[in-house]
Design a protein around this ligand. Structure first.
Ligand code: 6PG
Length: 234
């Protein structure tokens, strides 16, 4: 697939037949980076995406042959919901991945979003600052081109590592999100896009339209793993 260079961001578009193939490719790439990072630096720092698209990838990671004790897990964004709410991104990740592998609890950094967006964002800013640069950032894409909890027509200070979000168009209204700079400070950004619902957002992005996902990248390259339904290609 052709690649695209905008605003010094190198974006590579990868097309797969279906969502399962996207999940397999994403899991393979994550495990390859993990093996390299652990061999080189003894630690692998992974930022998980929220939403449901990455669940298939997380489930595939569960059976991996890797040194889980070297993995560190961060969250690109979190919804301001009660601690054990099943709609929290950290709970979705627990149920599809983290509860089934032996990553030490001390190496998993959930966002304390039950404390409210402002307090949680401030706390998580220190966590992210200490972690950067990440190895891999996994992101989803919304039908409006949002990613994490960076939504269209919502302004965030470019240098803010972690931002409180209010009035989110995707419930719940209050959230906490890593900002563009934090999400771009990695060896690689993997954007997972599957299903027809993402087609317009992908097309807007490829047409150079100003959508939040298009801000992500540099220094990290952006590798978009999409199925035919999301790409609009036969
Ligand atoms: C969230 C996510 C959000 C998600 C996209 C795609 O908290 O909802 O962070 O950015 O990744 O909305 O969601 P799906 O993968 O469920 O389509």
């Amino acid at each position: 697939m052709n690649n695209q260079k905008t605003k010094d961001i190198q974006t590579y578009w990868h097309l797969y037949d279906d969502a399962d193939a996207v999940a397999r490719e994403a899991a393979d790439r994550i495990l390859k980076y993990a093996a390299e990072a652990i061999a080189d630096r003894g630690v692998f720092r992974l930022v998980l995406a929220g939403g449901h698209t990455p669940e298939a990838t997380y489930r595939l990671l569960v059976g991996a042959d890797t040194d889980w004790s070297r993995w560190e897990i961060y969250f690109g964004d979190e919804r301001c919901l009660p601690i054990n709410d099943p709609d929290r991104n950290s709970i979705i990740a627990d149920n599809t991945f983290l509860n089934a592998v032996s990553i030490p609890a001390a190496n998993i950094y959930p966002v304390n979003s039950e404390k409210g967006a402002e307090v949680a964002a401030k706390e998580y800013e220190a966590v992210v600052k200490a972690a950067l640069p990440f190895d891999v950032v996994v992101l989803g894409i919304g039908e409006d081109g949002h990613t994490g909890s960076l939504f269209p027509r919502q302004k965030h200070l470019v240098d803010q590592l972690v931002c409180p979000v209010h009035n989110s168009p995707k419930p719940p209204s209050d959230r906490v999100t890593m900002g563009v700079r934090a999400l771009s400070n990695a060896l690689d950004v993997l954007v997972l896009a599957t299903g027809e619902g993402k087609r317009d957002a992908i097309q807007a992005w490829r047409d150079g339209k100003s959508v939040p996902i298009a801000e992500i990248g540099n220094p990290a390259p952006v590798n978009v793993l999409m199925d035919r339904a999301a790409s609009g290609e036969r």
